[in-house]
Design a protein around this ligand. Structure first.
Ligand code: GLC
Length: 771
């Protein structure tokens, strides 16, 4: 034990030392809140400079009018083609948009490589290549006979005078194609397409990827008015008031401006923040002196930045025993994918070791920790710089609208944002002005600012855990009975199965989705096994909500059916009754219903002993007799079933139609905690949230559809596809109770098998008692 502690201490110390060392070395890359506010202010000033006609020619941030004046309004329809050039690959898309009331779009895409001959060759070859890819795509999609309009996403700064014309101002990122700068790229593409006799496409619009992103998100969310890319390059666009755009005639309405923020700092505006590594990276790039902001942020450059930092640290003897490898000296050897892998939450350190070893650097434990921290600092600065410029745009939008508080949506795309383990997110990024980010995110929810800025979910969950523990303890006290919200009901189940149980048992299961009757055959000894036969019966709503007598008569009718079906009507078998509602028990076969839950409402049951009610119904029918041994909650059945396999099992938990009856509120018909967690209610909670967001105009263009109005449209099975409930449950438990080593075992039919096992154990103990 001591050794383990010593090791843990050693590792913590090692980590602290390395982190301090790197922090000290890279202090210039760590930007304080004040600095970031200042960056936002500088970017605000740059935007103004770019927007005004007389200062635009010398402005670094070009603020290019896109001639996109409105966002989609949902009435769009038809079939379109798109080609997208500017990221790591060339992409061709077929988009089908329908306005059949469902407002849906379909997208089919194909990716094509962009080798160096294409990105750094000559213009004619580039456009021929794009036309060839498009022709191939139309071939694979069987579209050659159609005349289709085409959108050309060309993610480079272009001066547009209309939607279907754009003169390339400058190549950026990894592109440097001869003979294109200063020419209209739409007509070049048009010319290349004309060489293909077998296709007929009409290039209708030239679009920057930021604008495409804003439009795509705008199709789903009318509030979207900013588009942001954080991928190979970085850039943003937003809707600006026409009256502020002096480069375009007219004052009415708005137009989307492609800021081309990647060039922020090209006039020296960020020189005080750029480090020797930024300068070195720039000097070795395709376009020295250009896109300086982009070079601090986007994925094309972060790997190289990390490499330059590691190289310098090694040369100064701070890493790898001062031994530089040939790989570390080679430009481009560290890429963004490596940085991401090294920063991964769990595997990060082992990835780091692997990557460094491949670079022939022979890293020690200390080296790995330090290198990982270098990656973190570089990524963190990237996210923070992006956030600062975005905050400037958001502040501008808010000022334009003369609002004190503003709600808006930012459409975001780009590989770095989507795949980097540390996302640009409010928890890792500081966005001034009370704004928070998420992909396609709605910004600033005034009703629940706490969610964003207050307690972290961890603290909230830890509080629930502490609160629950207090409730559990209170519920156990004699004086609490009747008042405790968490009832802590004794079950009179005192022993676990010991493997000697055997015989035939009946089990009833009421309280799940259906009512079931089961025959359970338990064998002990070497042929130890449990065999089950069951029949499922629906309980009609009028019976669930009729009188208690009707309910129990129906139950007995189902039992009679089952006994008939199994041919065992004469046998007086011991029976366990799984009754999954809160019951106050005074013995194992007596349970008074405290209150119905889960939609049951039968009258004259609450406060009554359900075993008595069942016995009376059997008597009324007067056809057979049963030996009711135990009344069981499904959680107890579950614990017993698992206990039969694993003697260490001592907790039973249900997270299905219902979670174990924890805080039951006296006097209220529903169980509140249960509503937040159980399958039966989760779908409804999701539906309510969607309705609420739609009412606020944040979803579905503010239109609440008929189906959304229908109760129960979201079944739990859909929700479980969205999130892995069990993973979250298990990981959170591990975090909150780190001292407990818990095995989570899926119970096989706790309600059926468990009831039989409880009955068997009760019989065994009873016999022992009698002896
Ligand atoms: C570069 C381009 C810009 C593009 C961005 C993201 O910054 O200049 O037009 O939007 O990369 O792809």
């Amino acid at each position: 034990m001591f050794a383990v502690h010593l090791l843990a201490f050693h590792f913590t110390k090692l980590k602290e030392d390395q982190i301090t060392k790197v922090d000290r070395f890279l202090h210039q890359l760590r930007l304080s809140d004040d600095v970031l506010q200042d960056v936002a202010a500088r970017f605000q000033a740059e935007m103004l400079k770019g927007l005004a006609r007389d200062t635009n020619p010398t402005a670094a941030v070009k603020m290019l009018p896109s001639f996109v004046r409105s966002l989609p309004d949902g009435s769009e329809k038809g079939e379109f083609l798109a080609v997208d050039l500017g990221g790591s690959q060339l992409r061709a898309h077929q988009v089908r948009v329908s306005d059949d009331g469902k407002q849906s779009s379909q997208l089919e895409s194909k990716f094509y490589p962009t080798p160096k001959e294409v990105t750094q060759g000559n213009g004619a070859e580039l456009f021929d290549y794009i036309a060839d890819c498009l022709s191939d795509f139309m071939d694979t999609r069987n579209l050659k006979q159609k005349k289709l309009p085409l959108g050309f996403t060309f993610s480079f700064p272009c001066k547009q005078t209309k939607l279907d014309e754009g003169v390339l101002l400058e190549w950026t990122k990894h592109f440097r194609v001869r003979g294109v700068q200063g020419t209209d790229v739409v007509s070049s593409l048009h010319r290349a397409l004309q060489k293909h006799q077998d296709i007929d496409v009409d290039v209708l619009a030239l679009v920057n990827d930021t604008v495409g992103t804003m439009m795509t998100c705008g199709y789903d969310d009318p509030r979207c008015e900013v588009g942001l890319i954080i991928g190979t390059g970085t850039n943003a666009c937003y809707m600006e008031e026409m009256r502020h755009i002096s480069l375009v005639e007219g004052d009415e309405g708005r137009m989307c401006i492609n800021t081309e923020w990647g060039a922020f700092g090209d006039d020296g505006a960020l020189d005080d923040l750029r480090t020797e590594f930024d300068r070195e990276l720039d000097l070795g790039s395709l376009n020295p002196g250009k896109q300086l902001f982009e070079k601090m942020i986007s994925s094309l450059y972060l790997g190289e930045l990390v490499r330059l930092i590691l190289l310098k640290m090694t040369k100064e003897g701070l890493l790898f025993n001062g031994k530089v490898s040939a790989a570390l000296l080679t430009k481009g050897k560290i890429e963004m994918k490596h940085v991401s892998a090294m920063e991964k939450y769990k595997e990060g350190l082992s990835n780091t070791r692997e990557i460094l070893t491949e670079l022939k650097l022979f890293p020690s434990e200390e080296d790995c920790v330090a290198v990982q921290h270098v990656c973190t600092i570089v990524s963190f600065r990237s996210a923070n710089l992006c956030a600062a410029a975005l905050a400037a745009i958001l502040t501008r939008l808010r000022d334009n609208k003369k609002l004190l508080r503003m709600r808006t949506t930012v459409g975001i795309d780009g590989g770095l944002y989507k795949t980097h383990p540390r996302r640009l997110h409010p928890s890792t990024t500081r966005v001034p002005a009370g704004l928070a980010l998420s992909p396609r995110a709605q910004l600033q929810h005034p009703a629940s600012p706490k969610c964003l800025w207050g307690e972290t979910p961890h603290i909230q969950i830890a509080k629930v855990s502490v609160g629950m523990r207090a409730e559990l303890e209170y519920g156990l006290k004699r004086e609490a009975q009747g008042q405790a919200t968490v009832k802590m009901l004794p079950t009179y189940v005192c022993g676990m199965p010991d493997g000697t149980e055997k015989g035939k048992f009946l089990a009833l299961d009421l309280g799940g989705t259906n009512f079931r009757v089961l025959l359970v055959k338990i064998k002990s000894g070497r042929r130890r096994s449990v065999q089950m036969y069951n029949k499922i019966f629906a309980i009609p709503l009028e019976i669930m909500q009729g009188t208690g007598e009707e309910l129990f008569d129906h139950i007995v009718q189902c039992i009679a059916d089952f006994l008939d079906y199994m041919g065992i009507k004469g046998a007086r078998l011991p029976l366990g009754f799984t009754f999954s509602f809160p019951c106050r028990q005074t013995s194992i076969d007596k349970g008074t219903l405290v209150g119905w839950t889960k939609g049951f409402k039968a009258t004259d049951c609450e406060g009554e002993d359900v075993v008595d009610m069942l016995r009376e119904a059997i008597r009324r029918r007067n056809e057979f007799d049963l030996d009711i041994v135990a009344v069981v909650n499904d959680t107890v059945g579950t614990m017993m079933t698992c206990g039969y396999e694993d003697p260490n099992c001592e907790i039973g938990l249900i997270a299905g139609t219902v979670v174990a009856k924890w805080p039951l509120r006296e006097g209220s018909t529903y169980v509140e905690y249960e509503k937040m967690t159980s399958g039966m209610y989760l779908g409804e909670i999701v539906r309510e949230i969607l309705i609420d967001l739609t009412k606020q105009g944040l979803l579905f263009r503010g239109h609440i559809s008929e189906s959304l109005r229908k109760r129960g449209i979201f079944e739990t099975k859909f929700l479980s596809q969205i999130e892995s409930f069990s993973r979250i449950l298990q990981e959170t438990v591990k975090e909150l109770a780190p001292q407990c080593d818990v095995t989570f075992m899926l119970s096989e039919d706790g309600s059926g098998k468990g009831a039989a096992l409880i009955t068997a154990v009760a019989k065994r103990l009873h016999n022992v008692g009698q002896k």
